[in-house]
Every structure is written in C-alpha cells, then in structure tokens.
Ligand binder design. Structure first.
Ligand code: X8Z
Ligand code: ZN
Length: 624
C-alpha cells in the first residue's frame, strides 16, 4: 500500500493518512475578476471568506472520515490475507484516496490569505502534510503509485526463504527467519538466513525507483523541493532545523553507542574468534541477533557483566507465567488499566490478528489500527512467546490507547503530536516493566538488589542505544535518494556506506547493485518514515523521567515503574488527548515541562552503564 494511513484511521505504524476531498470545494473557490482597458489593467482577486474556508475544512473532514474507513478496511484485508484480489482491491481504493487527497492538499492552498483562527490554519497545514507519498494530479501516475505500493507491501509480506534440511525442503517466513536470527549462534546458518532473506528485495528495486520519481513530482506540485524536504516538514519547525536538532541529539548519545559497540564487538570476538569477528573494524551484520542489526538484546548473555547480572530472563518469565499469546496482550492491557485507562473494547479481542495465520500469508510486521477513528481498535501481529514480543505488544497497545484518547478531537487532529509521540507511548510503559513491576505482578519473588542494575541497564541499552544509529540510517538513506544525492545505480552502495558510518557494521558477504538491501527492511517497501523511531527513543526517556517524577519516584530511573499510579496515568492521558491539535512542542511541555527534544534524559538514565562500559573498554581499541 503506497499511502499508508493512520491519521485518523488505519495503522498507527504509519503516521499518515492520505486525505481526500470529494467535490465540495467548488463553492470555496477563489474568485478572480479582471477588467482591462487601453489605459489601465486592473486585477481584483477576491479572497475566499472565513465561512467558505470553514466549509471547506468541514467538508474535507467529512470526506476523510468516510474514505478513511473504506481504506482502513480494505487495507486490513490486504495485510491480513495477502492475495491477488486483496491487493487489487486495496490498490483501487488507495488510488481513489490518493487522487482525492492530492486535490485536497492543492485546494488547501487557496485559503492561504484568509484570516483564520490558529486551529483552522493548523488544520489547513495538516491537510497539506498528511500524505506520505504525494502524487501529481495525474490519474495514470496515481494509479501507478497505488499499484507499486500494494505490490511492494505484498512482496515483503509474502517473502520466504527455502532451504534444504536433511534432504527436505524447509521454507521459512520472514517472521521465522527473525526468530532464527535471534536464537542461532551458528555463523554459517546466520549468514545463510541473512543472505536468504535479502532475496526478497531485488525485484523491488525498479518499483522503488519509479515510486520515488512519482512521489517527488507530487511533492513538487505541492510546493516542496522534493520528498526529502516534504518528509522533514512535518515537525512544526523548519525542515533543516529539524534535521540539525536530531543530529545534535545523536552527537550527544554517540559516545555511549561507541562504548557499547566496542564492548559488544569484544564479546563477539571472544565468542566467535578472530576469523569470524575481527577485534577491530566494523562488526559483521549477521551476528548481532537481529535481521537488520537494529536491536541487539539477544546478545545479552555474551556481553553481560559478570558480577552484576540482571538476575532473570524475561523470555523465560513470559513462558512460565503465561499460557498463550493472548495472555501477553491481556497482561499489557492490565498495565494501561492500572493507570486509569478504560479496558479495550470487546471488538479489539474479536477482530485483532494475534497469530501468524497457518493457511494463508499475512504481513507479520506488527501494527496497530484504528479502523473508524472511534472504538474499532486492533493490532495485527504474529506474536511469539518472547520478551521481544512482550515489549512489542506494549508498543502496539500504546498506539491503540493513544488513538482512543484523541478520538474526540476533530478528524484532522486525530493524530499524534508528532509521529515520534505515537511510537513512544507504548515504549514508555515498557520502560516501567522493571523488576519491581515483575514482583508486583507475581512473576518474580523478590526484586534483585542494586547489583542487578548494571545488567538491567546493559540489557536495555542493547535495545535502546543500539537502535539509534540504525534509525538514522534508514531515513538518511531515503532523504539522499529523494533529493537525488544518491542515484538509483548507487542505492545499495550508499546504504552500506551509511550502515558502516553510523552503526559500525558491515555485510557478511560482498553486496553490489544487483541487491537492494534497504528493501529488505519493512519500512522501505511499506513507505513508513523512520525518523519517528529515532525521536521516540529519545523522547520516551523524557516521558519516563517526567511520569516517574509525577509518581513521586525517588532514586535511579531504571528502578521506577509507574504501574498502578493514576496520577502518572492522568498526566499521560492529558497529553494523549491533545492529539495533533497543538504543535508537538506544547504536548512535550504538557508532559515534561520542557518544550524540546532533550537527550539528557536517555544519557542520564544510562550514565552508570556508560561509566562501566568505559572501564571495560580500557585497553581495547574502540571505533571502526
Ligand atoms: O515498526 C515498529 C513497530 C510498529 S510501529 C513494531 N518498530 C520499528 C521496527 O520494528 O523497525 C518498533 C521499533 C522500531
Ligand atoms: Zn509503532
């Protein structure tokens, strides 16, 4: 699906809905009267009235509501049951949606000169900016864009790798390969799976190139230089300032990443030996426990502190304490209700997809949906009984509780303050899944002493710190592709240059331009901007700090759980209810008291770990 939706309906995974306007904008047109004589040429431009602008907005919101629902349902079918017909159906509605939304975005510009309230002005701005991939006003190209989107999404979702196991053919889905990447410690097998999964994306290469061409034309018609500027213009600030700020925050965290990288490389070098992992230089990407080397938590055992272990294994606790995957979701829901949120509706339990289907293919990558902007909330996930998926379930429910919190907002404000806020909400709850919480719910008998802290921090850093440069790579690559800095013939080379520069990793086997490795990451064929996760990973520590403060927590933040604290719950709820009605800086201020992105929260949280890592790294040659 090209133009992913979530605002106001559809997947929260995608921060954006393609909004559409039917034909109602006719009455609101700008009138132009020209009279001319030999002596003078006089042009009078009549600016539309405030009432006309408001009628336009109201019509737009009504159309969005109707078409948003239609697209949400057809997309749900396309993603939970990949078939030729579900793709055609989705592409058809998606095309209509794109056409209408492009009209709407162009129409919105007619009201630039109207003296509107701040809120109405904001709605018009949102109308221009909600598209992920705008198309030009050309129905052939819109159709092409819709088809490319549906095809790439289906290609990714149905990707498989088949291998010979003792003379029998075994075919693995993407999800199964992810599990193997996490569990296997056999470098040959890891390399095979790593390479095998990447067969999914070379057929996407030409489609992606064409998609970018059309999207750039669309962005230009809307007055942006290219899609890169368009994507970076959604943050209530100048597009270049946004990039500079994100980069500044990264520079602050980078020393911690470098220390983590150094320590992990040493652990891998000890385990696998010099032939597999050299003591210096970038780390081979297939050994980090994750298909994309984006989160390294499964390596914890190889790198844990000898004298300050975390003291428990969340994978094991999940398996021992829960009977099935649904109970994982119920456990996560109980965290939210302990904060004062209403339980999820019955339809959530009836209509969600919790398990990988056995008799047909589905897009397993987790997402959360609001089908109608009201109470038809769902998640779509192929849950495994693992710690990683336990965290992801909280992540997805965060989207659903956010969607429900802003359901009373006008349609155009039914979204998050910025896309990072949507991604951070469930993660904040996961930051409260501490040993104390595990004791509270009866999964642990007693809270490990302070000795467990370093292990806890390291385990979490393997997720939260390891992730940050990956998040930057995905969109640095796309911004460069969109603005033409990277030409199609260099797609893969540019990808690996960024992977090495930011993450310090290298492919296990030579890659070239017959490959298309960015396409093997869900969000590239799925067209989901990725900076949102970078923002979320910084912001969630700001939120956690603020909510723990509200809860009256004293002491290190890794020991704070807001479980059961209604005051913290109310604070969170108040921010979520604002939806997209105000610039994100105000929502940030509402919850944290400060109006900006601030990496000090994540840095302070991990400060004891950073000291420990630097001690461990003494005598090692860090960097790559
Ligand atoms: O895509 C997701 C969520 C859905 S919004 C499962 N995440 C990113 C990823 O998997 O790459 C969460 C963390 C980063
Ligand atoms: Zn998400």
């Amino acid at each position: 699906m090209t133009n992913q939706i979530s605002f106001p309906f559809g997947k929260a995974l995608f921060g954006t809905l393609v909004l559409a306007l039917l034909t109602a904008c006719g009455q609101a047109e700008q009138e132009e009267t020209s009279t001319s004589s030999v002596a003078e040429i006089q042009t009078t431009v009549t600016i539309p009235s405030v009432a006309e602008a408001q009628a336009f907005i109201a019509d737009a919101e009504a159309s969005l509501e109707t078409l948003g629902k239609e697209l949400a349902h057809v997309s749900w079918l396309a993603q939970t049951n990949i078939s030729y017909d579900s793709q055609v159906a989705e592409a058809t509605v998606s095309q209509r949606f794109t056409e209408l939304s492009v009209n709407l975005a162009n129409e919105a510009a007619r009201y630039n000169g109207v003296a509107l309230s701040e809120q109405d002005r904001r709605k018009l701005e949102l109308l221009k900016q909600v598209l992920v991939f705008p198309a030009p006003q050309d129905s052939e190209k819109t159709g092409e864009l819709a088809e490319i989107g549906s095809r790439m999404s289906a290609m990714y979702g149905s990707g498989q790798y088949c291998r010979d196991v003792n003379g029998e053919e075994q075919c693995l889905t993407g999800d199964q390969m992810e599990n193997l990447m996490r569990e296997s410690r056999d470098p040959a097998e890891l390399e095979e799976i790593w390479v095998g999964w990447r067969d999914v994306s070379p057929p996407m290469r030409d489609l992606y190139q064409r998609q970018v061409e059309i999207g750039n034309e669309g962005a230009q018609e809307l007055g942006y230089d290219n899609l890169s500027v368009f994507w970076r213009s959604k943050y209530d600030m100048d597009a270049d300032d946004f990039m500079a700020d994100a980069n500044d925050q990264w520079q602050r965290v980078k020393p911690l990443y470098d220390a983590l990288h150094c320590h992990v490389r040493d652990g891998l070098n000890n385990y696998y030996g010099d032939d597999v992992v050299p003591a210096n230089g970038p780390i081979p990407a297939h050994l980090l426990g994750n298909q994309w080397a984006q989160q390294w938590t499964s390596l914890y055992d190889l790198v844990k502190p000898e004298t300050s272990d975390l003291g428990y294994d969340l994978n094991q606790l999940v398996q021992e304490n829960l009977d099935n995957e649904i109970e994982m979701v119920e456990t996560a829901e109980r965290f939210f209700t302990s904060l004062g949120f209403e339980p999820l509706p019955d339809t959530f339990w009836d209509r969600s997809m919790f398990l990988e289907p056995v008799d047909h293919q589905a897009v397993c990558h987790a997402s959360a949906w609001s089908m109608d902007g009201q109470d038809d909330l769902r998640i779509k996930m192929c849950i495994d009984m693992s710690a990683e998926d336990f965290t992801t379930v909280h992540h997805e429910l965060g989207h659903n509780f956010y969607q429900r919190a802003y359901k009373e907002q006008p349609v155009l404000f039914q979204g998050s303050a910025n896309d990072g806020f949507h991604e951070a909400t469930g993660d904040v709850i996961s930051l409260s899944v501490t040993p104390r919480y595990l004791v509270d719910i009866g999964w642990l008998e007693e809270e490990p002493g302070v000795k467990g802290d370093l292990g806890y921090l390291l385990n979490l850093a393997l997720d939260k710190i390891a992730f940050l440069p990956f998040a930057l790579v995905v969109d640095q690559w796309r911004w460069q592709v969109f603005n033409g800095t990277v030409a199609p013939e260099n797609y893969n080379e540019a990808w690996w240059a960024l992977r090495e520069e930011y993450q310090g990793i290298t492919p296990p086997v030579a890659r070239n331009e017959s490959h298309f490795d960015p396409g093997a990451k869900y969000h590239v064929p799925g067209n989901t901007p990725y900076m949102r996760y970078f923002l979320a990973y910084i912001q969630q520590f700001q939120f956690h700090r603020a909510l723990c403060d509200t809860a009256g927590h004293d002491g290190p933040l890794n020991r704070c759980s807001i479980y059961g604290n209604e005051a913290a719950g109310q604070k969170l709820q108040a921010m979520l209810e604002m939806g997209a009605s105000r610039p994100w800086q105000e929502a940030m201020e509402e919850i944290t008291g400060q109006p900006e992105l601030d990496a000090s929260a994540i840095i302070d949280y991990f400060a004891p770990l950073q000291i420990w890592l630097e001690e461990q790294n003494q005598g090692r040659q860090c960097g790559w």
